[in-house]
Ligand binder design. Structure first.
Ligand SMILES: [Zn+2]
Length: 222
């Protein structure tokens, strides 16, 4: 089945960690899959996490299994995980070129990535590296900062909205696949994500929504 909207025909989602894409844009990804788009997830790190005081929260093998289950829940079959360090994805030529290889292979009509003012350095650097790697492609959208890690000092400007009434359940179910994150943050983690989706939905006169800031956008007619 071909996507009904050529702008989203091949949609690439880039996130620093296993769970970022689902948190900020999972409802949109599921909607695009249902609309017949080809959707591919690119995650920059294996996402294992040990705190400065030695407390180990997340194991790389477990994180990948959870991420694969979450992507499958959204209907996403194309899924790449790169090996950059979870806390230190850099805006460096090796990172840009690694994204570049995937971008040139996939030739996305739409790229989704983090927002550069997200205060988690790996999120911000992933955004900058993705925008650089997508320089020959015309449409890049940036999703909202990841809470609680990326809470910002700058206001996010919601410029493009997606109604996710039909996929909010899949989004929340995908988040629950990340059991090691749920254990770390508790049930309020899911509630916070649902509340933001509800708020964006209210703004756009839907029940649930997701919002994006535009980096650049090509208008394409069917
Ligand atoms: Zn993250």
């Amino acid at each position: 089945m071909l996507c009904s909207n050529p702008m989203f025909e091949r949609s690439l989602f880039v996130g620093a960690h296993l769970d970022d894409i689902e948190l900020a844009a999972g409802g949109t990804a599921a909607r695009l899959v249902q609309a017949g788009a080809r959707v591919r997830f690119l995650v920059m790190s294996t996402s294992e996490y040990t705190s400065y005081n030695g407390i180990h929260f997340r194991d790389a093998v477990v994180a990948k299994e959870e991420g694969q289950e979450a992507a499958a829940t959204l209907g996403v079959k194309e899924f790449d995980v790169l090996q950059f360090p979870a806390k230190d994805v850099e805006n460096h030529s090796t990172v840009v070129e690694a994204i570049n290889a995937i971008v040139d292979d996939f030739r996305p009509t739409m790229v989704f990535t983090h927002w550069p003012f997200d205060t988690h350095r790996s999120h911000a650097n992933t955004a900058l590296a993705t925008i650089a790697a997508s320089r020959y492609y015309n449409s890049v959208l940036m999703y909202e900062p990841i809470t609680p890690a990326g809470r910002s000092y700058v206001g996010f400007r919601p410029q493009l909205y997606m109604n996710i009434d039909d996929t909010i359940d899949l989004k929340l179910r995908a988040l629950r696949c990340h059991r090691s994150e749920l254990e770390k943050y508790g049930e309020q983690w899911i509630e916070g994500v649902e509340a933001r989706s509800r708020y964006r939905g209210y703004e756009m006169r839907a029940r649930y929504g997701e919002a994006f800031e535009v980096s650049r956008l090509e208008a394409v007619l069917a």
